[in-house]
Design a protein around this ligand. Sequence first.
Ligand code: BTN
Length: 151
Amino acid sequence: MVQATPFLLVLSLALLAPGLSARKCDLTGLWVNDLGSNMTIATVNGKGNFAGSYHTAVTASSNKIQVSPLQGSQKLSSQKSYPTFGFTVNWSFSDSVTVFTGQCFMDEKGEEVLKTTWLLRSHADNINDDWKSVLVGTNVFKRPQLRSRKE
Ligand code: BTN
């Protein structure tokens, strides 16, 4: 029995350790990015497709911001813990469309983070203005911090 204790200790560490470092990222739920934009992703289906809504904090247009639909997909096939994904936001209040692509990671605190790159395509009034119709940038999304209730 005395000899069994170290063996059990090593066995449980060997079983638990990989699980601790490889917690899976899950795209579903609420996200907030470095600009203060909010995004909600509903269930990811069996094919890796998902839909959701996006409330941008900023706009390149002069229109009033409205919550807009998004549609995307993530890689499932390899069953990787940190999936790559892409989604499109079809802005309800402007003639623009934004595509995001990125990957979900776990940061050093063990919290999920989405590192994304986006292209924002705005409407060009004529073909000569096409060259100035795309903006590119990056956004980092994290889970919103829950506010503690004041006494
Ligand atoms: C528009 O201005 O026509 C639509 C809104 C675009 C908002 C952009 S998309 C990339 C960047 N990330 C955000 O969260 N908002 C801006």
